[in-house]
Write a protein that binds this ligand. Structure first.
Ligand code: GUN
Length: 296
């Protein structure tokens, strides 16, 4: 079987068109959703993610407040900026790009963000509400993966889903969302990690495999069953002298061989990445609606 490619850019474009129309309707009521963006230091990957997020805001009409700070900024100054944004009515969402440079206390910064503006869904209040199934901002990458599955016609309810990776950004929250008693959940989920005894024993019986470990070729063709759905969250830079910039991006999945066995597969780039940004836009619009007292 040769897999159908899940075009994350296409799904994202459809959702962004809907959001753009909604932002236009909100503007007629005097509501302009705003996102405060904080990038500390000059990590090239973080810079390109933040630029992509700000460009996406502009495209759909969300105001973005850009804050690019030197890596030498103190914890106190960074906390003061977050506090300022918490109190700024023009800002509905606060995004502090992770990871912060060494020397800054990231958990403390996340904790300082007003949970009502935590459009990343990283604040413990939102994480806790998500786990117990209360209304909360869902983290963008897990939510984007679920939206992509739904848009591709994949049945989540009752599916055996194996997530490889137990990180706080993807593995843990995705597992929580997929086991919720809801029309986006009801799956049977296994989370595998570096101490899992026989990884392929698990992945081989999965209807859906999600790879979120940050290492190329972690999932190979022999590790997936025929017809499986394969979601690749990895974004890894590998040296490539044929490219002008000297590297290319690959996921965690050996795409060329796995696509011959799967029924559906996401590419890297152009798979999960555009969905993550789309869900950030979605959360920011939701936050603006809530702040305006609109019932959401
Ligand atoms: N770093 C990698 N992914 C993310 C994300 O979704 N949000 C933030 N704030 N930082 C990240």
């Amino acid at each position: 079987m040769t897999a159908r490619i899940i075009d994350g850019k296409q799904v994202a474009a459809e959702m962004r068109a809907e959001l753009k129309a909604e932002v236009a309707r909100l503007k007629e009521q005097g509501i302009i959703p705003g996102l405060g963006v904080v990038l500390v230091g000059d990590d090239p990957a973080s810079k390109s993610y933040v630029t992509a997020k700000e460009r996406a805001c502009e495209e759909i009409g969300i105001y973005s407040d850009d804050n690019r700070l030197d890596a030498s900024i103190s914890q106190r100054e960074l906390m003061a900026l977050v506090e300022k944004m918490n109190g700024d009515p023009k800002i509905n969402g606060i995004l502090v790009q992770s990871p912060l440079p060494d020397g800054l206390n990231e958990p403390e910064v996340v904790l300082a963000i007003d949970p009502a503006k935590d459009v990343d869904g990283f604040h413990p209040v939102n994480v806790g509400k998500m786990v117990i199934g209360e209304k909360a901002f869902w983290p963008c990458t897990p939510h984007g993966i679920i939206q992509m599955l739904i848009h591709s016609g994949v049945t989540i309810e009752g599916a055996d889903i194996v997530i490889v990776g137990r990180g706080n950004l993807v593995g843990k929250p995705l597992a929580n969302l997929l086991i919720q008693k809801s029309n986006m959940g009801n799956a049977t989920v296994t989370v595998c990690h570096t101490r899992t005894k026989n990884l392929s024993n698990h992945t081989k019986r999965a209807d859906i495999v999600v790879a979120a470990v940050g290492r190329p070729n972690t999932i190979t063709a022999d590790m997936v069953k025929d017809g499986a759905v394969v979601i690749d969250v990895g974004v890894n830079r590998v040296e490539d002298a044929t490219k002008k910039r000297g590297y290319r991006l690959v996921g965690d999945v050996d795409f060329e061989t796995v696509k011959e066995k799967a029924s559906l597969i996401t590419p890297v780039p152009g798979g999960v990445g555009p969905m993550t940004i789309t869900m950030l836009l979605y959360n920011t619009v939701e936050s603006a609606k809530r702040a305006a007292g609109l019932d959401v």
